[in-house]
Design a protein around this ligand. Sequence first.
Ligand code: TMP
Ligand code: ZN
Length: 407
Amino acid sequence: MTACRICQTPLEPFMTFGKMPIANGFLSKEEFAGEYFFELAPALCAKCKMVQIIEQPDPDRMFHDHYPFFTSSSHYMTLHFKKFAEQILQDNLSQSADPFVVELGCNDGVLLQNFANRGIRHLGIEPSANVAAAANKKGVRTVTDFFNEGLAKKIVAEDGQADAIMAANVMCHIPDLASVAQGVGRLLKNDGVFIFEDPYLGDIVEKTSYDQIYDEHVFLFCGLSVSNAFSPYGLQLIDVIPQVTHGGSMRYVLAPTGSRQAKPSVELLLERERQQGLDRPETFKKFRENCEKSRRDLLAVLNDLRQKGKRVVGYGATSKSTTVINYCGITPEHIEFISDTTPDKQGKFTPGGHIPVKPYADFKNTYPDYALLFAWNHQVEIMEKEGEFSASGGKWINFVPKVEISK
Ligand code: TMP
Ligand code: ZN
């Protein structure tokens, strides 16, 4: 892929993170030899301003029947989606006698369960069979499939058009955005809304949170690029609402063009993005330099601790950590293991870096000297429950927005 996925303009990467494995490809020792790698290199489209990775693995390698990511494993995310549902109920569904909502990439049903519980007609679409099964088990009506115009037609025939279509941390995963936009256009009522949220490019640039860049995140959205990408399909950006999730996300609200007036928040955001330079190559040159500094600083800390014979473990075997581990060259010599609460990851090794993933009890029962906080996007939740680690003298290594050690 050398042309923009949105407007076909030729792309030049502004940096490369080098060869990367599948971010969620936790593996056993026997699988090391056959591990798949691709080059992770992001680019800014000069025309439509979409930031995207150039090469992407085949989706079947990433989303399959043993995809190890369950959103409900985070208590804060569960709360976040409850509030998201309540907002939609209040703002978008109160006028409709028999509303119908659809979620693209519904994961384990963490958002839709709030509609299912209220007896609201709903449908989840989830390509990973194991998480879709978890959703169905909760009473969330879910089909295992990828969303496109064909599926949209089928849903309209069976359930009618939707009042709201939602997606959380999903749109940025879909390389063929056009097919989704066409499907949304077909499935959405004329007075309906399409609401999605994803990690926000403005935060990524500001905080040097380069770990948001990995195989699944084919796009790093901002207001400018979202507006450009959807307007050719008759969808207009009418509101934007910043979110604290995933270290800084943006919720985008779109509606059929001309059906509603855009809120002032949209123009305000676009102006702020122009000021931040999200539409200019110089910004990404600086971003690359910031990534290189972050890598140097983190390795310096880890090498120093290794020399001093300190025990260091990782906290949270996140998808994002795959970029950090492989870009920085972090090895099991630096980090003994990574503690993670997801049973599917435990007993396996991290992609590329092959650091063992162990159950949380391994952290809790024998505290290390230092914990490298890979799950920094859950920092508030984690700090709340790990007071004892700090009290015992344990220290945290953070790398966003800069590398530092804290108590
Ligand atoms: P995420 O950053 O992509 O949401 O993934 C979070 C990962 O971190 C997931 O594998 C679960 C793990 N985790 C813990 O091990 N302990 C925690 O307290 C939290 C919040 C997450
Ligand atoms: Zn483009």
